[in-house]
Design a protein around this ligand. Structure first.
Ligand code: NA7
Length: 544
């Protein structure tokens, strides 16, 4: 090659081989694997420290509802042995400490840049590289762009007039200030999803008055958290291999997998006994360890919903309040089930009030509080537990432009289209980690993450070994994957229900129809498919 040719090639060399966006559970592990592989990689993160979801969500009551010891990284025996979870379901501060510890142990900090928000990313066909633009005006170039930007990281505020006029303290739970004080205050909580339920249960006995604004109740069930004593700790540490082996077998990557016995072949008495035991047990068993038919057969679902409704009636003193807390528009488990600690009992307190916004809609937020069609309530603090532009929202917030000038947010306007939830046609050299339609979004997060990241690391290893410059999922492979994802929506009661799993959000334009966001085929089938693609030289990707 001539000197001029070499100079041109050099000028086209991007600054980095890889950039990862996001320092959450996924970004941290991806960074570790790429450093191991010898890739020149930089991680960019908006927050001032690592942790992602666990960095941001500092609201009172924030904690795991999958077992802590199934949530940690499994790749390092050393990390597993040196870290001791204090509770079965650890709170946010402990989880953040854990992730910070991992980052320190793996010496990842020098590769991470905090306070960096990516505003735009554009693929340049000449250099086969991405130009990444930061909010501070800086630009970086990279061969590969990897997004680890979270499923629930684009918080959405309700579209209520006057939100900015409130003169007390108010925040979305995702942006809750560290150590916020609500003791002795008059507090409003809007929203009763998994987050609202945790907040309400946590602060009910601390605040002067708590008013909950509920639009649709969710089916909640007891978490049964507890401390882990020395003996149990030793047992957990000695059985990590079995714990992770069990998680690998279940569709969701959790300890709890479905009971495949035929619902109606079991006597009613036996079913009730089984459910009573589930209700008394720790964690997600009430949802994920239930009869499979409960999610496939409306009659089975109605019977279980009735069982849980009766539990709510037993736990809530005032019958009218109990009825308001029982969902009428969907069956148990067809939306995300919040696990709770004394949530229903909170409504037995004199200082806790439930406002059904269907009966008395919120008209506006005022400088002093909230005005409904009935009256004005005065508050010191308003907590917006109003959820997220889930799964694709974080992508829409970045101006991502592909090879033909196509915008990702335009391509995905009516819903995501991906190959394996890991890449999308028209956007070369972009790896979407734990993206929409991937196995990770429907899985106990780190379990799915580790597999996705390991697979992506191998793909990048292959890309480098072959000295490729460009890779992209083909349009055909993508079409086939999207159809495959859709096929699991048939006859699936979760897919028939409006929630963030299915892409509904009344606070985001256009999110009022079904979107195929989630891969419902289960973690084992997803894992198999990934292995098959890798075994066939990443069939479905085009390399050059
Ligand atoms: P969710 O589960 O999306 O819940 C949001 C809640 O906010 C839900 O109860 C909504 O009612 C309610 N909401 C949203 N907008 C409004 C308005 N405008 N008025 C009244 N109520 C409103 O988000 P979470 O943060 O609780 O949970 C997200 C996930 O984070 C969770 O599943 C975990 O995996 C972690 P709706 O049901 O839409 O009627």
């Amino acid at each position: 090659m001539t000197d001029a040719g070499k100079a041109t090639l050099h000028a086209l060399q991007p600054q980095h081989e890889a950039i990862i966006i996001g320092a959450g559970v996924c970004g941290i592990y991806m960074l570790h694997r790429l450093i191991e592989l010898g890739v020149d990689v930089t991680l960019l993160e908006t927050g001032e420290g690592p942790g992602g979801t666990w960095y941001w969500n500092r609201y009172p009551g924030a904690r795991f509802d999958s077992e802590s010891y199934t949530y940690g990284y499994s790749f390092s025996k050393k990390l597993l042995q040196e870290w001791s979870w204090s509770e079965h379901f650890a709170g946010q501060p402990e989880t953040l400490r854990y992730l910070t510890h991992v980052v320190d142990e793996l010496e990842l900090l020098p590769h991470m840049r905090f306070g960096c928000t990516v505003k735009a990313a554009t693929f340049d066909e000449d250099s086969r590289a991405w130009t990444v633009e930061l909010e501070n005006g800086e630009t970086l170039t990279t061969r590969l762009l990897l997004t680890a930007i979270g499923m629930l990281s684009a918080a959405t505020m309700p579209r209520i007039e006057g939100v900015d006029s409130f003169q007390g303290k108010s925040f979305h739970t995702y942006y809750c200030p560290e150590g916020v004080r609500v003791d002795g205050k008059r507090v409003a909580v809007i929203g009763t999803g998994a987050t609202g339920v945790q907040v309400i249960a946590d602060i009910a006995d601390k605040v002067a008055e708590l008013t909950v604004f509920q639009r649709r109740p969710n089916w909640c069930a007891p978490l049964h958290n507890g401390p882990i004593d020395g003996e149990e700790q030793a047992k957990i540490k000695a059985s990590y291999d079995e714990i992770f082996a069990r998680c690998r077998k279940t569709p969701g990557g959790f300890l709890h997998g479905p009971d495949r016995r035929e619902f109606f072949k079991i006597s009613k008495e036996e079913r009730l006994e089984f459910w009573e035991a589930l209700y008394r047990s720790r964690g997600f068993g009430k949802w994920l360890g239930n009869f499979r038919d409960v999610f496939m057969d409306p009659r089975a679902n109605a019977e279980y919903s009735q069982f849980i409704a009766d539990k709510i009636r037993e736990r809530v003193d005032d019958p009218a309040t109990a009825e308001k807390l029982i969902p009428q528009d969907h069956g148990f488990g067809t939306r995300r089930v919040p696990l709770e600690t004394h949530y229903y009992e909170a409504y037995n307190r004199d200082n806790v009030h439930l406002v059904d916004v269907n009966e008395t809609p919120i008209e506006r937020v005022t400088p002093k509080g909230i005005k409904t069609s009935e009256r004005e309530y005065e508050f010191d603090v308003i907590v917006y537990a109003t959820g997220f532009d889930a799964i694709t929202g974080a992508f829409d917030r970045i101006d991502i432009t592909g090879s033909n000038g196509e915008k990702l947010r335009e391509k995905w306007r009516d819903g995501p289209e991906t190959f394996l939830g890991l890449g999308t046609h028209g956007f070369p050299n972009l790896l979407i980690l734990a993206g929409p339609q991937s196995g990770s979004v429907s899985t106990n997060f780190p379990r799915g993450i580790e597999e996705t990241v390991d697979w992506s690391t191998q793909l990048i290893g292959y890309f480098r070994a072959q000295d490729y410059r460009r890779m992209e999922p083909t349009a055909e492979a993508e079409k086939e994957w999207v159809e495959h994802v859709k096929s699991f929506y048939e006859g699936n009661m979760i897919a028939d229900t409006k929630s963030w799993f299915t892409g509904y959000n009344s606070n985001v334009d256009g999110h009022d129809t079904l979107r195929y966001m989630v891969y419902f085929g289960g973690a084992p089938a997803y894992r198999e498919r990934l292995a098959e693609v890798a075994d066939h030289d990443y069939e479905g990707f085009e390399f050059s």
